[in-house]
Design a protein around this ligand. Structure first.
Ligand code: PLP
Length: 449
């Protein structure tokens, strides 16, 4: 059984100091003086250690972690099998640079990812260290392969903060302000069905948000033959955990095929079992030309992968590489993570996610500040509004909800302008899921008072 938890380690929160405690306060003060002010901390949690889905802070408080280091620690904090794989590899060698030399584990991981990626076609794999790097590789590969320079991406999408990835990102204005000029990217609305930009209901929807490409963009400002790739998150992450209808992705695939455009699925957040399938695109039965992966891939070790159709990943030696990409310690963590995912965790994420969504679906009827609950597997979003009728966004209430949850021992993160996301490690138990939902229900009730 992989849902391990050290017997001596608590499985539910317990708080022994006011928050932040004295040691946390001291570290935060030092942090404020020396770290980049561009980081976005929403409450004062200072990590000491973690096991499974429970993390301890420096003052001895235990929290239930429904943030997972921003949807990263797929197999939980310091899963013993992952730790053992890391230790074993560290004792052999820490680095050799897979761009200039060979090692078997990197080949094995590439073979595994190529085989797992949806679509029955030969694939090749490029390794980097972060989500943004995986996206940069996809951008460069798309340009190289097509000889075209432009991209299509989505409002609300997040693809990273390096210059190419940032050009695709359409999430928050602070991420882009002051960093122009970007690459030529045209952003169109995502299938944000709760706030359909075309005023449609699911029954009347004909994915106008995709049709705008052929019916308007390609006829007015953007020649289709200049577009290298459409870059889309199968489930939009930072934008608020938005689950589009299947036909959204089918239509994007159709348009990409028709105009010789590459379809890139950014699965940095939605991949590696998070949605209850290894890849979120499996829910939509659409196979992309290029997939980007990071976050959950190595349970917390820095690693990313850009997996492409073999005929798309055709570029000469030196065209793209990275000293650290495919670090052997990260690769060892990834191989073990994937084993755990395949053994039980993907299925577990699907089952426990269904269980949670079933209960949470009643929240809009029970709590007046909840506008929408949506998700797949353990990628669940709750949209907080001031008024269910007008759907007025309530970012202040969302922020309060995050802080109230923290004060009760539950770590959650915001997403989009006014949603919270639940993205726990995929190992959470039913009791932990119940604790999180009980806590959020208490917080929502208090918000109403
Ligand atoms: C879908 C998606 N793509 C890319 C990124 C960028 O990843 P990183 O922060 O590792 O560069 C993120 C990060 O949140 C993401 O959610």
């Amino acid at each position: 059984m992989v849902l391990t938890q050290n017997a001596a380690y608590p499985v539910l929160p317990s708080l022994v100091t006011s928050l932040p405690g004295p040691k946390a306060k001291e570290i935060i003060e030092r942090d404020n003086a020396v770290l980049s002010p561009s980081y976005t901390r929403c409450y004062p949690f200072v990590m000491k250690r973690g096991r499974g889905a429970v993390v301890e802070d420096v003052d001895g408080n235990y929290f239930l972690d429904f943030a997972a280091g921003i949807a990263v620690v797929a197999s939980g904090h310091s899963h013993p099998a992952v730790v053992a794989a890391i230790q074993n590899q560290a004792a052999e060698f820490l680095h050799m640079s897979g761009t200039d030399f060979y090692y078997e584990s990197m080949v094995r991981l590439a073979e595994k990812l190529a085989a797992l990626t949806p679509g029955d076609v030969p694939r090749r794999v490029y390794f980097g260290n972060s989500g943004a790097e995986a996206v940069e590789a996809a951008i460069k590969m798309a340009r190289y392969n097509t000889g075209r320079d432009k991209f299509i991406a989505f409002l609300g999408g997040f693809h990273g903060r390096t210059m190419g990835a940032l050009s695709l990102t359409g999430s928050k204005i602070t991420q882009r302000r002051g960093f122009h000029p970007p690459l030529p990217v045209h952003h169109i609305p995502y299938a944000y069905c709760y706030r359909c930009p075309y005023g449609k209901q699911p029954e009347t929807c004909s994915v106008e948000c995709v049709k705008v490409l052929e019916e308007q963009l390609f006829k007015t400002i953007l020649p289709a033959e200049e577009v290298a790739a459409i870059v889309v998150e199968p489930v939009q992450g930072e934008g608020g955990y938005l689950v589009p209808p299947k036909k959204f992705h089918e239509e994007l695939r159709r348009i990409a095929d028709k105009y010789g455009i590459l379809l890139v699925h950014d699965e940095v957040q939605s991949g590696m079992g998070r949605t209850g399938r290894m890849f979120a695109s499996e829910h939509f039965e659409v196979s992309p030309d290029i997939v980007t992966l990071a976050k959950g891939i190595a349970s917390g070790m820095p690693l990313s992968a850009t997996v492409a159709r073999a005929e798309v990943m055709q570029w000469p030696p030196g065209a793209h590489a990275s000293t650290f990409g495919g670090n052997p310690v990260s690769v060892a963590a990834a191989l073990t993570t994937i084993e755990l995912l395949e053994q039980t965790l993907v299925e577990h994420a699907a089952a426990i996610g269904r269980y949670m969504l079933e209960r949470m679906k009643s929240w809009p009827a029970r709590f007046r500040f909840v506008g929408d609950v949506r998700g797949l597997g353990l990628m669940i979003g709750v949209e907080i509004v001031r008024d269910q009728e007008t759907k007025e966004r309530a970012p202040d209430l969302r922020d309060r909800l995050e802080s109230m949850a923290f004060e009760r021992g539950l770590l959650i993160l915001g997403a989009g302008q006014n949603s919270v996301r639940l993205c726990p490690p995929l190992v959470i138990s039913r009791d932990q899921a119940d604790f999180a939902m009980d806590t959020l229900e208490q917080c929502l009730q208090s918000l109403e008072q």
